[in-house]
Design a protein around this ligand. Structure first.
Ligand code: PLP
Length: 375
């Protein structure tokens, strides 16, 4: 099956007991044993496994061309689990990109993870820096996020995973922004592809789930499954059901997200009140060539710098009518956000930078809204 077909058919089957075409939501927390003590379909307690979660995990495994998928209560729960599930024979050192999802910075500064692991940040777009960091000390895990947040930097997945694997480190790509519709890290040699399903896969800003898809069986995958079950940060059956509903339209939604974002990036790029546009589909973007190679399209996320400072940038967001001023991304509706004020004092975001999650509205309406706001 091809991607669009898998998104609709993987993990989904007609309900045997009722003939329901749409998978029912199984809210039951517990499952009856058969007389001989066995369980039907191996379901015994919902934290361990349930039909809705299993269906979603099957679908995401198939979309990423993976071996197995483990879902969690949020993207951050998935991220924490991936770091902590590093097998004990691996060095406690994690190399991460300096431009990455801000929640990981908070995880390091606000929890004890930074004292349990040596978290090193490098410019992942510079292979020499990655090489130096990995030569410097034994490393257990190399983390990639591409395109990155919020500067939309592009990392060469194949090259970084080669460096990491030669040093015996596991590799993971946060694939939330491109989604498997545009980028499949496991086919480029990466061990784990991670998602905030909350974003594009859910697609409608109404659920919270994290997922890790593994390329193959490994001690780390076994740990992740144990973490899910025993640490218990599991997604609800209802959220899994919503995600499986959302993922059916992932491919066509991504096509519109991408074409709208490309058109808006081009429009902003020629606007006299815009200082810079960060979008990997623009030929002048430093990651353009790599993005064109490892992604099938350039995605629905962009950021741009308004001429002036924070005040001018905020003034633009105040005038917009269709772009909602809110964090997060990946929904059908367009969102805009002043990252520096969200991220606080240790932000990497320039003060005049606005991050846009381009929705799937009519692009002319979006452009007209930007025209009046940038006047
Ligand atoms: C939102 C996001 C996360 C965190 O996911 P939650 O579901 O909010 O916990 C991680 N990585 C990226 C790239 C994100 O956009």
């Amino acid at each position: 099956m091809r991607f669009e077909t898998k998104a609709i058919h993987s993990g989904r089957k007609v309900d045997r007991s009722t003939g329901a075409v749409t998978t029912p939501i199984h809210l039951s927390t517990t499952y009856e044993r058969n007389i001989d003590g066995s369980y039907t379909d191996d379901f015994l307690y919902s934290r361990g496994d349930n039909p809705n979660r299993r269906a979603l995990e099957e679908c995401l495994t198939s979309l990423e061309d993976g071996h197995d998928c483990v879902t969690f209560a949020s993207g951050m729960a998935a991220i924490t689990s991936v770091i902590e599930a590093l097998p004990s024979d691996k060095p406690r050192r994690v190399i991460m990109p300096d431009d990455m999802y801000f929640g990981i910075r908070s995880l390091i500064s606000e929890t004890d993870i930074g004292s349990k692991f040596d978290m090193v940040m490098v410019d992942m777009t510079d292979l020499q820096e990655v090489e130096n960091a990995i030569q410097h000390a034994p490393t257990g895990l190399v983390w990639m996020e591409t395109p990155s947040n919020p500067l939309v930097k592009v990392t060469d997945i194949e090259a970084v995973s080669k460096i990491a694997q030669e040093a015996g480190a596991y590799t993971v790509v946060d694939n939330t922004w491109p989604t498997p519709a545009l980028q499949r890290p496991l086919t480029l040699g990466v061990d784990f592809s991670l998602h905030s399903v909350t974003k594009y896969i859910g697609g409608h800003s109404d659920l919270m789930i994290g997922a890790v898809v593994a390329k193959s069986d490994s001690p780390m995958l076994a740990n992740l499954r144990a973490w899910q079950h025993s640490k218990g940060a599991v997604p609800s059956p209802f959220d899994c059901w919503l995600a499986l509903r959302g993922v059916q339209s992932l491919a066509p939604r991504m096509r519109v997200h991408c074409s709208n974002a490309a058109e808006i990036a081009d429009f902003l790029n020629h606007h006299p009140n815009v200082e810079a546009v960060h979008y990997p589909g623009l030929a002048h973007h430093p990651g353009y060539v790599i993005a064109a190679r490892q992604m099938s399209s350039f995605g629905g996320m962009l950021s741009f710098q308004v001429k002036g400072g924070e005040r001018e940038a905020m003034a633009v967001t105040a005038k917009l009518r269709l772009f909602t001023r809110a964090t997060s991304l990946g929904g059908t509706h367009s969102l805009i956000e002043h990252r520096a004020s969200v991220e606080g004092s240790d932000t990497m975001a320039p003060p005049n930078l606005l991050r846009v999650s381009v929705g799937i509205e009519n692009v002319e309406d979006l452009k007209e809204d930007l025209i009046q706001a940038l006047e």
